[in-house]
Design a protein around this ligand. Structure first.
Ligand SMILES: Nc1nc2c(c(=O)[nH]1)N[C@H]1C(S)=C(S)[C@@H](COP(=O)(O)OP(=O)(O)OC[C@H]3O[C@@H](n4cnc5c(=O)[nH]c(N)nc54)[C@H](O)[C@@H]3O)O[C@H]1N2
Ligand SMILES: Nc1nc2c(c(=O)[nH]1)N[C@H]1C(S)=C(S)[C@@H](COP(=O)(O)OP(=O)(O)OC[C@H]3O[C@@H](n4cnc5c(=O)[nH]c(N)nc54)[C@H](O)[C@@H]3O)O[C@H]1N2
Ligand code: SF4
Ligand SMILES: [Mo]
Length: 876
């Protein structure tokens, strides 16, 4: 048994993971108690990592035009096509679209090849959809893209404000640290600012359900309040800040009433913020993913700068990063408008330094195209060859149908992925198999600037290669052999660290030059290390000394005015469509969908509607809705909840063409971007909602992967097979043959059936020996059966009572899964609340174990307790 310390491949919290591997046994995953980010904790996704590393679906060989090919042939083809395109149409006719999930070493190579050797700025990344507004806001205010604070600041603060962040689901371990700090010190106040009341609001002393896109007005109002209530630190402003007067003047002319919040709410928030010295304002995609994202960032920074509450224990603005290496990508300069190591493309001296360091023949002189513009250039033929690595833009880019069409029409599309089963990989001319998490080595940097090692603990399967190696091998074949002659990731890391020393000489903050001589064995055993790492400085906060990275050393406050989202609802499109994440899935689900446990929490694409809106549309829970925007449409399961406001709807970003018939939500999102950062407005599209008029609905179970051309379907893994939801406007007339087709069963397979023609019910089950092969439950309305019970029938001996759709009286229906670690359903928890009079999350944990492992479901358990009211004890 060996234990390898590595880092979780999901969110930007960057938790340390201990992977225990024994020959012939399953991998065991545990939190790393020595990692400063998580101190042993893991969330539901981290805890389920072992379930997502199996080999099914893995891409093992390069493919050219869909057919397996050798590496030599594939690499040469990519190199030749890139070189030919550049020779004929110039360097800007090619592009790389990469990812904040690449390791720093991979990212460094991609950036060096495009910006230094191909000689174009056309490398952009999904971080454009994620962190670009924070980067731009930081640079405007601080003169550099730096997150000043540390995770411990959230624990040491007296007030933590979460703006546009669903921390409980998206940065769960950081949320748990905050929850633990608050439990220990209840005077620590938490405020959530989000149009939705999310699971995170469970921790909040105050929730502000502001109107979408009004954060600038909210924080402008705060700045004015700080001034009026004499909470501005005028010494700090005089010594360390420029632009205060103009910022205040603009703030005073803005109107916080556009937030839709009451004066009482505004006043309560403003007084709390103004009166609390130790305040941390955490922000995420509700801020960044907006056509005014950069202004939102600066509106927050303005308030921290005006009060000098930055860079000191327990205070400061805190942009949390999404992907595991979103921060590392910014360090290597992975965005089209950055150079490397926080150096600027626009600066001739910086360019010269990098040119010399790389000995680069064609260093780009200009920034490249940002993601949205990049895919537009693919669409109109300016870009003729694109290489997409570690991201799935046909699902995650706004106007996703247009992105799909652009790639279909593009002359040459290269995709590096771990699987061929993605909407983007299906469009590749050349598909290159990459090694996956657990098989590869390198570094990632988390939200608090902590560099951690990802280490291999699995054997590399025959075929796949690490992303850095694939890119370097293409570079070598393009004639850049000397500059891309790396044998191991540590060689790349040393070079990256050395280049950061060059940046350090320009006074840049990202300087890890003290690691440029790191030996192979030091790299192997590298402990989590927070940058900067120079001869004189390691880790710590930035800006505590009031020194910034602007020419005069002072931070900049900016005059800002609120602008509403680019599209506002009207008669045709009466809803604001907000999009985001769910607790147990990661982005386009190529990994989390492999886990039955993670798939059980929310097994279908859905849209959340306010009860009044649902009533007006005559939609009930579990109906299907057609959601349409000017750009595209989706069919989604209706969830009725007052956690969304009237006139607003919410849908998750995770479902793809692989997992649902019409669940790609980005097909509906307009590609409107922030003019400064180029980040798309992913949270405020407009849409209309109408019933999807199905005449038949079905729930299916199958041991093998089912497939169908029904107009609505969504499938998910279950233990022992698959579960699927279906619906038809024009239902099949012969259900037995329809079922055989869905489950790919021979004509000889005969089902056991049960039908109730009066109620329009059809149920069939195919049994082989004593095993359930497949089952289909058809009804004229949304199928109301105990799915948890039915899914359980895929394992063990088949029991024909399953056709009743409900467990027997002796086996109560557990209901929808809440705790994915122990697979405990909502009904089980409700029963325990009612029957045992449990009123705390801990008591539920003691009784049922729910919520006692990763803790990600604790906010939902709390909601169930609250919904039950305080149960009366039997004796009362
Ligand atoms: N479970 C899970 N965790 C993840 C990920 C995942 O896929 N799944 N992805 C990771 C990545 S890459 C990222 S970037 C992060 C994202 O983490 P978050 O930003 O926390 O997640 P989102 O759900 O995208 O959006 C956050 C919130 O912004 C709110 N919002 C919408 N419009 C506005 C507005 O105008 N103002 C304000 N104040 N709020 C608004 C939404 O209602 C939503 O609740 O999560 C990371 N963690
Ligand atoms: N509507 C809407 N759209 C959004 C967002 C939103 O909130 N709303 N959020 C945006 C944000 S913040 C983000 S970060 C993006 C995320 O969106 P994407 O980056 O498109 O999503 P992922 O599913 O993470 O894509 C990663 C891909 O890399 C593959 N992969 C996994 N491991 C490896 C590896 O080691 N090497 C290689 N080469 N490939 C690998 C996976 O199989 C998968 O296909 O989505 C953005 N899009
Ligand atoms: S919080 Fe969860 S997803 Fe994020 S790094 Fe930690 S274990 Fe991974
Ligand atoms: Mo992200």
């Amino acid at each position: 048994m060996t234990t390898v310390a590595t880092t979780c491949p999901y969110c930007g919290v960057g938790c340390g993971v201990q992977a225990r591997v024994a020959p012939g046994a399953d991998v065991e995953i545990k939190g790393d108690a020595d990692h400063p980010a998580n101190l042993g904790r893991l969330c539901s996704k981290g805890s389920a990592l072992a379930e997502t590393i199996w080999m099914e679906d893995r891409l093992l060989s390069p493919r050219i035009g869909g057919a397996d090919a050798g590496w030599d042939e594939a690499l040469q083809l990519v190199a030749d096509r890139l070189a030919d395109t550049i020779a004929e149409h110039g360097p800007d006719s090619v592009a790389f679209y990469v990812s904040g999930q690449l390791l720093t070493e991979d990212y460094y190579i991609a950036n060096k090849l495009m910006k230094g050797f191909i000689g174009s700025g056309n490398i952009d990344t999904n971080s454009r959809l994620c962190m670009a507004s924070s980067v731009a806001g930081h640079k405007r205010a601080f003169g550099t893209d730096t997150v000043p604070g540390l995770y411990t600041d959230l624990e040491e603060a007296d007030l933590v404000v979460l703006v546009g962040s669903n921390l409980a689901w998206c940065h769960p371990v950081l949320y748990q640290r905050l929850a633990a700090a608050k439990a220990a010190r209840p005077e620590l106040k938490v405020v959530t600012i989000d149009p939705r009341r999310t699971a995170t609001a469970d921790l909040a002393d105050m929730h502000l359900g502001l109107a979408p896109g009004t954060d600038v007005a909210l924080f402008n109002g705060l700045l004015e309040h700080l001034h009026v209530s004499a909470e501005v630190d005028s010494d700090y402003v005089a010594n360390h800040v420029t632009g205060f007067d103009a910022a205040l003047e603009a703030a005073c002319s803005d109107d916080p009433c556009v937030t839709g919040l009451s004066l009482e709410e505004l006043d309560a928030f403003y007084s709390l913020w103004a009166g609390t010295q130790k305040v941390v304002t955490v922000y995420s995609q509700g801020v960044n993913q907006s056509s005014t994202g950069t202004d939102k960032v600066n509106a927050i920074l303005n308030c921290h700068l005006a009060t000098g509450r930055i860079g000191k224990p327990g205070m400061g603005p805190f942009s949390v990063t999404g992907q595991p290496n979103a921060m590392g990508g910014r360090e290597v300069g992975g965005l089209a408008n950055m150079l490397a190591c926080h150096l600027d493309i626009e600066n001739a001296a910086h360019r010269d330094a990098v040119r010399t360091f790389w000995d680069a023949p064609h260093l780009t002189e200009t920034p490249g195209l940002k993601a949205v513009d990049m895919f537009r250039a693919v669409a109109d033929g300016r870009i003729k060859a694109i290489w997409i690595a570690h991201t799935n833009p046909v699902v995650s880019m706004p106007e996703a149908d247009a992105v799909k069409a652009a790639l279909e029409a593009c002359d040459f599309v290269v995709v590096s992925d771990i699987t061929a089963a993605t909407d983007t990989a299906r469009l590749a001319d050349v598909l290159l198999p990459a090694t996956a998490w657990g098989e590869k080595d390198g570094t990632v940097t988390n939200s608090e600037r902590c560099i951690s090692r990802q280490r291999a603990f699995l054997p590399v399967p025959d075929g796949p290669r690490p992303d850095w190696q694939i890119m370097a091998q293409v570079a070598r074949r393009m004639g850049f052999a000397r500059a891309f002659d790396y044998a191991t990731p540590v060689e790349i890391f040393r070079e990256h660290a050395a280049l950061s020393g060059v940046a350090g000489q320009f006074g840049k903050d990202f300087d890890i030059s003290a690691m440029s001589g790191i030996t192979d064995s030091e790299y192997d055993t590298l402990k989590p290390t927070r940058w900067p790492v120079t001869a004189i400085r390691t880790g710590g906060r930035f800006f505590g000394d009031g020194q910034y990275f602007t020419p005069n050393g002072k931070a900049r406050m900016l005059p800002l005015l609120n602008h509403l989202p680019a599209a506002m609802p009207d008669d045709d499109y009466p809803f604001v469509l907000n999009t985001g994440r769910v607790r147990d899935h990661w982005h386009t689900m190529t990994r989390t969908a492999k886990s039955p446990r993670l798939s059980a929490h929310l097994a279908e694409p859905f849209v959340e509607l306010h009860p009044d809106d649902a009533a007006a549309l005559d939609l009930k829970p579990a109906d299907l809705a057609r959601v349409t925007s000017p750009d595209g449409g989706a069919i989604l399961r209706v969830r009725v909840t007052d956690t969304v406001q009237k006139g607003q709807i919410f849908a998750p970003m995770h479902w793809t063409g692989e997992t649902a018939s019409a669940g790609r939500i980005d097909a509906l999102v307009a590609a409107v971007t922030d003019p400064i950062s180029g980040q798309p407005e992913s949270k405020a599209a407009v849409a209309q909602v109408a019933r999807f008029e199905a005449r038949a609905f079905a729930f299916a179970l199958s041991a093998e992967e089912p497939s169908t051309d029904a107009p609505y379907w969504a499938k998910a893994r279950a233990r022992g097979g698959w579960r699927m939801e279906l619906a038809w406007e024009e239902p099949p007339t012969d259900w037995i043959s329809a079922a055989r087709a869905i489950f790919n069963l021979p004509d000889t397979a005969e089902p056991v059936t049960m039908s109730d023609p009066r109620r329009g019910l059809q149920r069939l089950a195919f049994i082989d020996g004593d095993r359930l092969v497949a089952a289909l439950f058809v009804a004229p309305e949304p199928v109301a059966l105990s799915r948890q019970f039915l899914v359980g029938q895929l394992q063990g001996e088949a029991d024909l009572t399953l056709l009743s759709g409900q467990p027997g009286a002796d086996r109560p229906d557990p209901g929808a899964i809440v705790c994915s670690c122990f697979e405990i359903g909502a009904n089980t928890i409700r029963r325990a609340i009612a029957e045992q009079g449990l009123v705390t999350v801990d008591a539920i944990g003691e009784a049922l174990r729910a919520g006692t492992n990763c803790g990600s479901c604790r906010p939902e358990i709390r909601t169930l307790i609250d919904a039950a009211g305080t149960p009366k004890l039997a004796a009362e």
